[in-house]
Design a binder for this molecule. Structure first.
Ligand code: S3P
Ligand code: PEP
Length: 436
Protein backbone atom coordinates (compact mmCIF):
# COMPACT_ATOMS: atom_id res chain seq x y z
CA UNK A 1 0.00 0.00 0.00
CA UNK A 2 1.34 3.44 -0.93
CA UNK A 3 1.76 6.24 1.56
CA UNK A 4 -0.20 9.49 1.67
CA UNK A 5 1.96 12.07 -0.12
CA UNK A 6 1.80 15.76 -1.05
CA UNK A 7 3.01 17.45 -4.20
CA UNK A 8 3.73 21.13 -3.69
CA UNK A 9 4.19 23.22 -6.80
CA UNK A 10 5.97 26.60 -6.78
CA UNK A 11 3.50 28.95 -5.09
CA UNK A 12 3.19 32.69 -4.52
CA UNK A 13 4.21 34.14 -1.13
CA UNK A 14 1.61 33.29 1.56
CA UNK A 15 -1.23 35.73 1.77
CA UNK A 16 -4.35 35.92 3.91
CA UNK A 17 -5.84 35.69 7.33
CA UNK A 18 -6.44 32.50 9.30
CA UNK A 19 -7.00 30.80 12.63
CA UNK A 20 -5.33 27.56 13.64
CA UNK A 21 -6.94 24.66 15.56
CA UNK A 22 -6.77 24.33 19.35
CA UNK A 23 -3.50 23.93 21.19
CA UNK A 24 -2.46 20.27 21.45
CA UNK A 25 -0.69 20.52 24.82
CA UNK A 26 -3.61 22.41 26.37
CA UNK A 27 -6.21 20.04 24.85
CA UNK A 28 -4.58 16.93 26.39
CA UNK A 29 -4.41 18.71 29.73
CA UNK A 30 -8.03 19.90 29.63
CA UNK A 31 -9.24 16.31 29.14
CA UNK A 32 -6.98 14.77 31.76
CA UNK A 33 -7.40 17.46 34.41
CA UNK A 34 -11.17 17.67 34.11
CA UNK A 35 -11.43 13.84 34.18
CA UNK A 36 -9.60 13.73 37.52
CA UNK A 37 -11.31 16.80 38.97
CA UNK A 38 -14.00 16.56 41.62
CA UNK A 39 -16.82 18.21 39.66
CA UNK A 40 -15.65 18.10 36.04
CA UNK A 41 -16.37 20.89 33.58
CA UNK A 42 -16.66 21.84 29.94
CA UNK A 43 -13.88 22.23 27.41
CA UNK A 44 -14.33 24.29 24.26
CA UNK A 45 -11.97 24.68 21.30
CA UNK A 46 -10.52 21.22 21.92
CA UNK A 47 -8.13 20.04 19.21
CA UNK A 48 -9.77 16.99 17.65
CA UNK A 49 -6.57 15.54 16.24
CA UNK A 50 -5.49 11.90 16.50
CA UNK A 51 -3.24 12.51 19.53
CA UNK A 52 -5.90 14.24 21.61
CA UNK A 53 -8.60 11.78 20.54
CA UNK A 54 -6.34 8.96 21.85
CA UNK A 55 -6.26 10.63 25.25
CA UNK A 56 -10.04 11.08 25.14
CA UNK A 57 -10.59 7.41 24.15
CA UNK A 58 -8.22 6.18 26.88
CA UNK A 59 -10.09 8.21 29.51
CA UNK A 60 -13.43 6.77 28.35
CA UNK A 61 -11.96 3.25 28.56
CA UNK A 62 -10.98 4.05 32.15
CA UNK A 63 -14.60 4.94 32.93
CA UNK A 64 -14.50 8.74 32.60
CA UNK A 65 -17.80 10.23 31.46
CA UNK A 66 -17.21 12.55 28.48
CA UNK A 67 -20.10 13.86 26.35
CA UNK A 68 -19.61 15.69 23.09
CA UNK A 69 -21.81 18.82 22.86
CA UNK A 70 -20.53 20.05 19.48
CA UNK A 71 -17.30 20.38 17.45
CA UNK A 72 -14.42 20.71 19.96
CA UNK A 73 -16.98 21.07 22.75
CA UNK A 74 -17.10 18.43 25.50
CA UNK A 75 -18.59 18.06 28.97
CA UNK A 76 -16.62 15.96 31.45
CA UNK A 77 -18.34 14.69 34.60
CA UNK A 78 -15.17 14.52 36.74
CA UNK A 79 -13.83 11.67 38.82
CA UNK A 80 -16.48 8.94 39.15
CA UNK A 81 -17.59 8.03 42.70
CA UNK A 82 -16.21 4.52 42.28
CA UNK A 83 -12.95 5.93 40.82
CA UNK A 84 -11.50 5.11 37.42
CA UNK A 85 -11.47 1.41 36.53
CA UNK A 86 -8.58 -0.76 35.46
CA UNK A 87 -8.98 -1.56 31.72
CA UNK A 88 -8.65 -5.21 30.66
CA UNK A 89 -6.93 -4.35 27.36
CA UNK A 90 -3.82 -2.18 26.87
CA UNK A 91 -4.56 1.52 26.24
CA UNK A 92 -3.21 2.51 22.83
CA UNK A 93 -1.83 6.07 23.03
CA UNK A 94 -1.00 6.06 19.29
CA UNK A 95 1.77 8.53 18.46
CA UNK A 96 1.36 10.75 21.50
CA UNK A 97 4.22 11.28 23.95
CA UNK A 98 2.16 13.84 25.85
CA UNK A 99 -0.82 11.49 26.20
CA UNK A 100 1.31 8.59 27.37
CA UNK A 101 3.50 10.49 29.83
CA UNK A 102 0.71 12.54 31.44
CA UNK A 103 -1.69 9.60 31.70
CA UNK A 104 1.09 7.58 33.35
CA UNK A 105 1.24 10.26 36.04
CA UNK A 106 -2.52 10.04 36.66
CA UNK A 107 -2.68 6.23 36.70
CA UNK A 108 0.42 5.84 38.84
CA UNK A 109 -0.95 8.50 41.17
CA UNK A 110 -4.33 6.85 41.55
CA UNK A 111 -2.82 3.35 41.73
CA UNK A 112 -4.82 2.03 38.76
CA UNK A 113 -3.39 -1.01 36.98
CA UNK A 114 -3.11 -0.51 33.22
CA UNK A 115 -0.82 -1.14 30.28
CA UNK A 116 -0.04 1.84 28.05
CA UNK A 117 1.16 1.14 24.55
CA UNK A 118 1.56 3.07 21.32
CA UNK A 119 2.70 3.01 17.71
CA UNK A 120 6.22 2.10 16.54
CA UNK A 121 7.47 5.69 16.95
CA UNK A 122 6.09 6.08 20.50
CA UNK A 123 7.54 2.67 21.45
CA UNK A 124 11.02 4.00 20.62
CA UNK A 125 10.71 7.05 22.89
CA UNK A 126 12.31 7.28 26.36
CA UNK A 127 9.92 6.74 29.28
CA UNK A 128 12.54 6.23 32.02
CA UNK A 129 12.36 10.00 32.57
CA UNK A 130 8.82 9.61 33.97
CA UNK A 131 8.99 6.02 35.23
CA UNK A 132 12.05 6.52 37.48
CA UNK A 133 10.81 9.51 39.51
CA UNK A 134 7.31 7.98 39.74
CA UNK A 135 8.91 4.84 41.23
CA UNK A 136 10.71 7.08 43.72
CA UNK A 137 7.24 8.30 44.76
CA UNK A 138 6.18 4.69 45.37
CA UNK A 139 4.57 3.79 42.03
CA UNK A 140 4.76 0.28 40.62
CA UNK A 141 5.68 0.59 36.92
CA UNK A 142 7.66 -1.69 34.64
CA UNK A 143 9.02 -0.82 31.20
CA UNK A 144 11.55 -2.87 29.25
CA UNK A 145 14.65 -0.75 28.69
CA UNK A 146 12.64 2.32 29.68
CA UNK A 147 10.45 2.11 26.54
CA UNK A 148 6.70 1.46 26.10
CA UNK A 149 4.66 -0.58 26.73
CA UNK A 150 4.43 0.60 30.34
CA UNK A 151 2.83 -1.71 32.90
CA UNK A 152 1.40 0.28 35.77
CA UNK A 153 0.38 -1.65 38.89
CA UNK A 154 -1.64 -0.99 42.04
CA UNK A 155 0.29 0.27 45.10
CA UNK A 156 -0.52 1.22 48.69
CA UNK A 157 -0.04 4.98 48.12
CA UNK A 158 2.48 7.53 46.84
CA UNK A 159 4.51 10.06 48.79
CA UNK A 160 5.75 13.43 47.57
CA UNK A 161 9.42 13.79 46.58
CA UNK A 162 11.88 16.61 46.12
CA UNK A 163 13.17 16.01 42.62
CA UNK A 164 15.51 17.72 40.17
CA UNK A 165 14.51 16.90 36.60
CA UNK A 166 17.51 15.81 34.48
CA UNK A 167 16.00 17.47 31.35
CA UNK A 168 13.68 20.47 31.01
CA UNK A 169 10.48 18.65 30.04
CA UNK A 170 6.90 19.78 30.53
CA UNK A 171 5.71 16.21 30.02
CA UNK A 172 7.87 14.88 32.87
CA UNK A 173 7.04 17.85 35.08
CA UNK A 174 3.31 17.43 34.41
CA UNK A 175 3.32 13.65 35.00
CA UNK A 176 4.95 14.23 38.41
CA UNK A 177 2.58 17.08 39.25
CA UNK A 178 -0.41 14.87 38.45
CA UNK A 179 0.95 12.00 40.56
CA UNK A 180 1.65 14.58 43.29
CA UNK A 181 -2.06 15.45 43.46
CA UNK A 182 -2.68 11.89 44.72
CA UNK A 183 0.41 11.65 46.97
CA UNK A 184 0.90 12.15 50.67
CA UNK A 185 2.85 15.34 51.36
CA UNK A 186 4.17 17.99 48.97
CA UNK A 187 5.88 17.22 45.67
CA UNK A 188 8.73 19.63 44.90
CA UNK A 189 10.17 19.86 41.40
CA UNK A 190 13.18 21.75 40.07
CA UNK A 191 13.79 22.05 36.34
CA UNK A 192 17.14 22.73 34.67
CA UNK A 193 15.42 25.25 32.37
CA UNK A 194 11.96 26.67 31.71
CA UNK A 195 9.46 24.37 30.03
CA UNK A 196 5.85 25.18 29.07
CA UNK A 197 3.75 26.01 32.13
CA UNK A 198 0.26 25.08 30.86
CA UNK A 199 -0.23 22.50 33.63
CA UNK A 200 0.56 24.98 36.38
CA UNK A 201 -1.83 27.56 34.91
CA UNK A 202 -4.69 25.15 34.28
CA UNK A 203 -4.40 23.23 37.56
CA UNK A 204 -4.45 26.47 39.54
CA UNK A 205 -7.39 27.70 37.44
CA UNK A 206 -9.31 24.51 38.30
CA UNK A 207 -8.63 24.89 42.01
CA UNK A 208 -5.52 22.77 42.68
CA UNK A 209 -2.61 24.29 44.59
CA UNK A 210 0.58 24.55 42.58
CA UNK A 211 3.04 27.34 43.45
CA UNK A 212 6.53 28.41 42.52
CA UNK A 213 8.54 28.84 45.73
CA UNK A 214 12.18 29.99 45.41
CA UNK A 215 12.39 28.68 41.85
CA UNK A 216 10.88 25.30 42.80
CA UNK A 217 7.47 24.07 41.82
CA UNK A 218 5.51 22.93 44.88
CA UNK A 219 2.43 20.75 44.39
CA UNK A 220 0.01 20.22 47.27
CA UNK A 221 -1.97 16.98 47.30
CA UNK A 222 -5.67 17.17 46.48
CA UNK A 223 -7.58 16.81 43.25
CA UNK A 224 -8.75 20.06 41.63
CA UNK A 225 -12.34 21.17 42.01
CA UNK A 226 -13.05 21.55 38.25
CA UNK A 227 -14.36 24.32 35.98
CA UNK A 228 -14.49 25.26 32.31
CA UNK A 229 -11.51 25.45 29.96
CA UNK A 230 -11.31 27.35 26.64
CA UNK A 231 -8.43 26.20 24.44
CA UNK A 232 -6.57 28.89 22.41
CA UNK A 233 -5.11 28.36 18.91
CA UNK A 234 -1.88 26.35 18.75
CA UNK A 235 1.22 28.48 18.17
CA UNK A 236 3.09 25.31 17.19
CA UNK A 237 0.64 24.84 14.28
CA UNK A 238 0.75 28.54 13.36
CA UNK A 239 4.56 28.46 13.35
CA UNK A 240 4.83 26.86 9.89
CA UNK A 241 2.96 29.61 8.06
CA UNK A 242 4.45 32.33 10.28
CA UNK A 243 8.02 31.24 9.48
CA UNK A 244 7.28 30.76 5.78
CA UNK A 245 5.63 34.18 5.47
CA UNK A 246 8.31 35.94 7.50
CA UNK A 247 11.08 34.67 5.21
CA UNK A 248 9.49 35.52 1.86
CA UNK A 249 9.23 39.12 0.60
CA UNK A 250 5.71 39.81 -0.65
CA UNK A 251 4.02 37.59 1.95
CA UNK A 252 1.24 39.08 4.14
CA UNK A 253 -0.25 36.89 6.85
CA UNK A 254 -2.46 37.38 9.87
CA UNK A 255 -3.06 34.57 12.38
CA UNK A 256 -5.80 35.27 14.90
CA UNK A 257 -6.42 34.05 18.47
CA UNK A 258 -3.20 32.12 18.85
CA UNK A 259 -1.51 31.28 22.17
CA UNK A 260 1.51 33.44 23.04
CA UNK A 261 2.46 31.94 26.40
CA UNK A 262 6.04 33.14 27.10
CA UNK A 263 7.15 29.55 27.79
CA UNK A 264 6.06 28.66 24.24
CA UNK A 265 6.73 31.74 22.08
CA UNK A 266 10.45 31.23 21.51
CA UNK A 267 9.80 30.88 17.76
CA UNK A 268 8.51 34.46 17.58
CA UNK A 269 11.61 35.82 19.33
CA UNK A 270 13.90 33.78 17.06
CA UNK A 271 12.16 35.01 13.90
CA UNK A 272 12.43 38.58 15.20
CA UNK A 273 16.17 38.06 15.77
CA UNK A 274 16.40 37.05 12.10
CA UNK A 275 14.80 40.37 11.17
CA UNK A 276 11.21 39.18 10.72
CA UNK A 277 8.54 41.86 10.52
CA UNK A 278 6.11 40.59 13.13
CA UNK A 279 3.42 42.55 14.87
CA UNK A 280 1.74 41.05 17.90
CA UNK A 281 -1.52 42.81 18.71
CA UNK A 282 -4.82 42.51 20.51
CA UNK A 283 -3.29 40.69 23.48
CA UNK A 284 -5.87 39.05 25.74
CA UNK A 285 -6.40 35.96 27.90
CA UNK A 286 -8.28 32.78 27.02
CA UNK A 287 -8.57 30.08 29.68
CA UNK A 288 -5.74 31.58 31.76
CA UNK A 289 -3.42 31.62 28.74
CA UNK A 290 -2.12 34.72 26.92
CA UNK A 291 -3.48 34.96 23.37
CA UNK A 292 -2.91 37.48 20.54
CA UNK A 293 -3.28 38.12 16.82
CA UNK A 294 -0.02 38.01 14.86
CA UNK A 295 0.66 39.90 11.62
CA UNK A 296 3.67 39.08 9.44
CA UNK A 297 5.08 40.82 6.41
CA UNK A 298 7.68 38.92 4.39
CA UNK A 299 11.28 40.18 4.36
CA UNK A 300 14.80 39.02 3.56
CA UNK A 301 15.96 37.45 6.83
CA UNK A 302 19.48 36.98 8.15
CA UNK A 303 21.02 33.91 9.76
CA UNK A 304 21.26 33.58 13.57
CA UNK A 305 22.88 31.34 16.16
CA UNK A 306 20.35 29.41 18.27
CA UNK A 307 21.49 28.06 21.67
CA UNK A 308 20.10 25.62 24.25
CA UNK A 309 18.39 28.50 26.09
CA UNK A 310 16.43 29.27 22.90
CA UNK A 311 15.62 25.64 22.10
CA UNK A 312 13.72 25.00 25.39
CA UNK A 313 11.28 27.79 24.51
CA UNK A 314 10.81 26.54 20.94
CA UNK A 315 11.38 22.81 21.29
CA UNK A 316 8.72 21.81 18.74
CA UNK A 317 9.35 24.79 16.45
CA UNK A 318 12.97 24.19 15.41
CA UNK A 319 11.84 22.41 12.20
CA UNK A 320 9.61 25.46 11.47
CA UNK A 321 12.48 27.83 12.22
CA UNK A 322 14.52 25.97 9.60
CA UNK A 323 11.95 27.03 6.96
CA UNK A 324 13.15 30.58 7.59
CA UNK A 325 16.82 29.63 8.03
CA UNK A 326 16.81 27.83 4.66
CA UNK A 327 15.82 31.07 2.93
CA UNK A 328 17.85 33.52 5.05
CA UNK A 329 21.16 35.16 4.18
CA UNK A 330 24.04 33.26 5.78
CA UNK A 331 24.53 30.19 7.97
CA UNK A 332 22.05 29.56 10.78
CA UNK A 333 23.46 27.39 13.55
CA UNK A 334 21.32 25.39 15.99
CA UNK A 335 23.03 24.16 19.18
CA UNK A 336 21.78 22.43 22.34
CA UNK A 337 18.97 20.59 20.55
CA UNK A 338 19.64 16.90 21.40
CA UNK A 339 16.04 16.57 22.70
CA UNK A 340 14.91 16.81 19.06
CA UNK A 341 16.45 13.39 18.48
CA UNK A 342 13.86 11.70 20.75
CA UNK A 343 10.63 13.16 19.37
CA UNK A 344 8.29 11.45 16.86
CA UNK A 345 11.42 11.07 14.69
CA UNK A 346 15.04 12.10 15.05
CA UNK A 347 14.12 15.64 13.96
CA UNK A 348 17.72 16.80 13.47
CA UNK A 349 18.47 13.92 11.11
CA UNK A 350 15.10 14.21 9.34
CA UNK A 351 15.39 17.96 8.73
CA UNK A 352 19.05 17.65 7.67
CA UNK A 353 18.10 15.06 5.04
CA UNK A 354 15.12 17.08 3.79
CA UNK A 355 17.07 20.34 3.54
CA UNK A 356 19.92 18.62 1.69
CA UNK A 357 17.53 17.04 -0.81
CA UNK A 358 16.06 20.49 -1.40
CA UNK A 359 19.54 21.65 -2.41
CA UNK A 360 20.82 23.34 0.76
CA UNK A 361 24.22 23.02 2.41
CA UNK A 362 23.74 21.36 5.82
CA UNK A 363 26.19 20.27 8.51
CA UNK A 364 24.99 18.11 11.41
CA UNK A 365 26.38 17.64 14.92
CA UNK A 366 25.12 15.50 17.80
CA UNK A 367 23.40 18.51 19.40
CA UNK A 368 22.25 20.42 16.34
CA UNK A 369 22.85 21.43 12.76
CA UNK A 370 23.75 24.36 10.53
CA UNK A 371 22.19 25.38 7.25
CA UNK A 372 23.22 27.99 4.72
CA UNK A 373 20.23 29.76 3.17
CA UNK A 374 19.83 29.34 -0.59
CA UNK A 375 17.58 28.41 -3.49
CA UNK A 376 15.10 25.57 -3.04
CA UNK A 377 15.23 22.90 -5.76
CA UNK A 378 12.56 20.41 -6.82
CA UNK A 379 13.02 17.04 -5.07
CA UNK A 380 11.33 14.07 -3.41
CA UNK A 381 11.67 14.32 0.37
CA UNK A 382 10.64 12.08 3.28
CA UNK A 383 8.72 13.13 6.40
CA UNK A 384 10.09 10.21 8.47
CA UNK A 385 6.47 9.70 9.57
CA UNK A 386 6.67 12.92 11.62
CA UNK A 387 3.99 15.63 11.37
CA UNK A 388 6.30 18.56 12.12
CA UNK A 389 8.85 17.46 9.51
CA UNK A 390 6.12 17.03 6.87
CA UNK A 391 4.61 20.48 7.53
CA UNK A 392 7.99 22.27 7.66
CA UNK A 393 9.23 20.75 4.41
CA UNK A 394 5.87 21.50 2.75
CA UNK A 395 6.08 25.21 3.59
CA UNK A 396 9.65 25.36 2.33
CA UNK A 397 8.69 23.48 -0.83
CA UNK A 398 6.27 26.25 -1.77
CA UNK A 399 9.28 28.54 -2.35
CA UNK A 400 10.97 26.09 -4.77
CA UNK A 401 12.16 27.22 -8.18
CA UNK A 402 9.87 26.68 -11.16
CA UNK A 403 9.45 23.04 -12.13
CA UNK A 404 7.50 19.93 -11.19
CA UNK A 405 7.53 20.89 -7.55
CA UNK A 406 8.41 18.94 -4.43
CA UNK A 407 6.92 15.63 -3.28
CA UNK A 408 6.68 15.08 0.47
CA UNK A 409 6.26 11.38 1.20
CA UNK A 410 4.29 9.81 4.04
CA UNK A 411 2.37 12.74 5.50
CA UNK A 412 -0.48 10.85 7.25
CA UNK A 413 1.03 11.67 10.67
CA UNK A 414 0.01 15.33 10.19
CA UNK A 415 -3.42 14.23 11.47
CA UNK A 416 -1.91 13.81 14.96
CA UNK A 417 -1.68 17.59 15.44
CA UNK A 418 -3.14 19.53 12.47
CA UNK A 419 -5.61 17.50 10.35
CA UNK A 420 -6.71 20.64 8.44
CA UNK A 421 -3.17 21.56 7.35
CA UNK A 422 -3.67 20.94 3.58
CA UNK A 423 -6.78 23.17 3.54
CA UNK A 424 -4.94 25.80 5.64
CA UNK A 425 -2.11 25.88 3.07
CA UNK A 426 -4.45 26.17 0.10
CA UNK A 427 -6.39 28.97 1.76
CA UNK A 428 -3.13 30.92 2.03
CA UNK A 429 -2.38 30.41 -1.67
CA UNK A 430 -0.18 27.31 -1.67
CA UNK A 431 -0.44 24.86 -4.51
CA UNK A 432 -0.70 21.55 -2.59
CA UNK A 433 -2.12 18.31 -3.98
CA UNK A 434 -2.61 15.21 -1.90
CA UNK A 435 -2.27 11.71 -3.34
CA UNK A 436 -2.32 8.12 -2.13
O1 S3P B 1 3.99 18.96 27.70
C1 S3P B 1 3.69 19.02 26.50
O2 S3P B 1 2.52 19.15 26.12
C2 S3P B 1 4.78 18.91 25.51
C3 S3P B 1 6.08 19.04 25.91
C4 S3P B 1 7.24 18.92 25.01
O3 S3P B 1 7.86 17.65 25.23
P1 S3P B 1 8.94 17.41 26.40
O4 S3P B 1 8.27 17.47 27.69
O5 S3P B 1 9.47 16.03 26.11
O6 S3P B 1 9.98 18.47 26.21
C5 S3P B 1 6.83 19.01 23.55
O7 S3P B 1 7.88 18.56 22.73
C6 S3P B 1 5.58 18.23 23.24
O8 S3P B 1 5.19 18.40 21.92
C7 S3P B 1 4.43 18.69 24.10
C1 PEP C 1 6.79 16.09 20.37
C2 PEP C 1 5.51 16.26 20.06
O1 PEP C 1 4.42 15.63 20.64
P1 PEP C 1 4.36 14.42 21.64
O2 PEP C 1 5.61 14.43 22.50
O3 PEP C 1 3.12 14.61 22.41
O4 PEP C 1 4.29 13.15 20.81
C3 PEP C 1 5.12 17.28 19.04
O5 PEP C 1 3.91 17.48 18.87
O6 PEP C 1 5.98 17.88 18.38
Amino acid sequence: MGTLDWRIRPSPPLSGQCQVPGDKSISHRALLFLALSQQGGRVTGLLESEDCLRTLAALRRLGASIDQLGPGDYQLAGWPDQGLVSPDEPLDMGNSGTGMRLLTGVLAGAGISATLSGDASLCRRPMGRVVNPLRMMGAAISADEGKPPLNIGAHPGLHGIDYVLPVASAQVKSALMLAGLFAEGETRLTEPGPSRDHSERMLNGLGAQVDVVSGRLVVQPGRPRGGDVAVPGDLSSAAFALAAAAARPGAQLRVEAVGVNPTRYGILRLLERMGARLQIENRREIGGEPVADINVEGAVLKAIRVGAEDVVLAVDEIPALLIAAAQAEGRTEIHGATELRVKESDRLAAMAEGLERLGLAVTTREDGLSVVGGRIQPAVVRSWGDHRIAMSLAMLAASAEAGEGVVIEDVANVATSFPEFPAHCRALGMNLEQSG
